[in-house]
Ligand binder design. Structure first.
Ligand code: G4P
Length: 209
């Protein structure tokens, strides 16, 4: 998604070769029009899958799951990280180990809101190590629902998340795929994929073809 890639370049702060701060427009302050456009993009990508529910995890996945839900015309549900006193019914739960925070926590959703008849799209803001998303995949499996795909806003393709999800047989679409980061420089997978074609075209020109 070009608009998103450009915005990350303009406003993202690269804190290290692994950590990108995007809290001026994505996951602290939220550019609402961009969030809605992200939702529409997920809806376009997964249009033919008959999605009946969008699933995410609190906190920063919520705005994008809501936007995707609006665009698809379906509800979204989010997994909670702490057990609320009001969550008294039966739950699906999964253990998530956050490598970023070096802690293991339990995520849960009520069994009332996910069942075998659902066709689920999982949405989240970041795909990094994939720990949280693998937990959500596990919850979908427990529910007997059909997992139709995972949509992530930003994927750090140099981390293992995509590989882990694909090993589970999950289709992953990310709107901005970062191949590498260094202070002041972000390289997208889309640019690396474009390069051989560009080089080929240059080669042809050089040969006078
Ligand atoms: P994940 O790939 O499944 O998201 O799991 P991981 O354990 O790698 O990431 C832990 C948390 O750190 C996640 O948020 C994830 O969104 C966030 N994160 C990972 N890499 C980056 C990064 O480069 N920049 C930013 N801003 N966040 C990153 P979370 O624990 O679910 O917290 P929340 O913010 O959604 O509440």
């Amino acid at each position: 998604m070009k608009q998103l890639e450009e915005r990350i370049r303009r406003e993202g702060q690269i804190l290290s070769d692994k950590v990108l701060k995007v809290d001026s427009f994505l996951n602290h302050q939220v550019d609402t029009e961009l969030a809605l456009e992200i939702g529409r993009e997920f809806a376009r990508i997964f249009a033919d899958r008959g999605i009946t529910k969008v699933l995410t995890i609190e906190a920063s996945g919520i705005q994008f799951a809501m936007a995707a839900g609006i665009a698809l015309g379906v509800p979204f549900v989010y997994a909670k990280k702490k057990k609320a006193v009001t969550l008294t019914e039966n739950l699906y739960t999964a253990q998530v180990h956050s490598f970023t925070r070096q802690e293991t926590y339990q995520v849960s959703i009520s069994q009332n809101y996910l069942g075998p008849e659902e066709r689920v799209l999982i949405v989240d803001d970041f795909l990094a190590t994939g720990a949280a998303l693998v937990g959500l995949v596990d919850i979908v499996k427990q529910s007997g629902a059909r997992l139709c795909g995972v949509g992530c806003v930003i994927e750090k393709s140099f981390q293992e998340g995509r590989g882990l999800l694909e090993e589970c047989g999950v289709e992953v679409h990310s709107l901005a795929r970062i191949a590498s980061m260094a202070p002041g420089r972000v390289t997208y997978v889309s640019e690396l994929e474009a390069e051989p074609a560009a080089a080929g075209a240059a080669g042809m020109d050089g040969a006078g073809c």
